[in-house]
Design a binder for this molecule. Structure first.
Ligand code: 1HN
Length: 315
């Protein structure tokens, strides 16, 4: 009898649930699907909105209270209060003249892109490197790092970390430095962890010359690299656009120079200097420059590549 069978099946499912189990043929949510879901949302944070808020935080919160005066950007997908895209969190940070941000280390990998202000340096494992606008500096997993503003200007930058990936996989360790700051510090102008803006521009110029047209060009910041995060600088001439494509890699773009629009899955989102653009996995997108533009692309490509999950295609 069908009714008897239904009753028996319901009892069976209750017994599964009682053992914290579920039948593979009777799931509440599917476990597999044909292609990446569009979970995280495309979104742009505008630096012009953020900067006055960081300045207000600067009047109310000092670096004694806030180990870092930063504002993380959470993707507006429902239920999320931290990640910018699935694997990466981005933040804006500001430090005032005379302030120091105490040394600490953590298993998440980090990097910074400097937006404005001179006279601030970061100390990474005892190497002190000045941070200037357009520079990108790496803080690999478990490296001690602190920041200090010895100059006369407020310094603004963006941080990117693989904290959400560490949350997913669980290997989180965090430790404040026992002395507050590292005692032995060596000042350097060139360091493998520092990608200077002038050097990046020269590499973009060389790449533009090599391709012999004004099509968009990309250079990878390396050879020093983070295990989980790839960094690319992308230059787009005024009036030009990148080819529409999609990739399994989750990406965040930061606007280093210029202005334009992002076309992401049919949406058109404007961007300009200092903005942050979330482009989650498998979203068809292209970037259009209104004025000559440079963007930093921060992505989890190395993770996707390491496990054979990197797929990219025209869209
Ligand atoms: C962090 O340690 C820094 O060291 C900046 O400057 C931003 C965002 C989330 C978690 C840790 C820093 C951060 C962060």
């Amino acid at each position: 009898m069908a009714a008897d069978r239904d009753t028996a099946l319901e009892a069976l499912y209750r017994d599964f649930a009682g053992l914290n189990m579920e039948g593979g043929w009777h799931r509440r949510f599917p476990a597999l699907w044909p292609e990446p879901r569009r979970n995280f949302l495309p979104h742009v944070w505008h630096y012009a909105d953020v900067k006055p808020i960081l300045d207000r935080a600067g009047e109310l919160v000092d670096t004694q209270q806030a180990e870092r005066r930063n504002l993380t950007m959470f993707n507006p997908v429902e239920g999320n209060i931290y990640s910018t895209v699935r694997t990466i969190v981005a933040a804006y940070q500001m430090i005032k003249p005379g302030e120091t941000a105490r040394a600490h280390r953590h298993t998440p990998n980090a990097l910074r892109l400097i937006l404005e202000g001179r006279g601030t340096s970061t100390v990474v494992n005892g190497k002190q490197v000045e941070m200037r606008p357009g520079d990108v500096l790496l803080t690999p997993s478990w490296a001690w790092h602190s920041h200090a503003n010895d100059g006369a200007e407020q310094c603004y930058w963006m941080d990117f970390l693989d904290v959400p990936l560490v949350h997913l996989l669980e290997p989180m360790f965090y430790e404040p430095h026992p002395d507050g700051l590292e005692a032995q510090v060596e000042k350097l102008d060139e360091a493998p962890i520092a990608f200077r803006w002038e050097e990046t521009q020269a590499r973009l110029d060389a790449e533009q010359t090599r391709i012999g047209s004004d099509a968009p060009v990309t250079v990878e910041l390396g050879p020093a690299r983070l295990d989980t995060i790839a960094l690319h600088m992308l230059r787009i001439a005024a009036g030009k656009a990148t080819e529409p494509s999609r990739t399994t890699a989750n990406a965040i773009y930061a606007v280093v120079r210029g202005s334009g629009t992002a076309r992401i899955d049919g949406e058109t989102l404007p961007w300009s200097f200092g903005d942050t653009i979330a482009v989650p996995a498998w979203r068809a997108h292209s970037l259009h420059a209104d004025t000559a533009s440079v963007l930093l692309r921060v992505s989890d490509e190395p993770v996707m590549r390491a496990f054979g999950w990197l797929r990219s295609e025209p869209a």
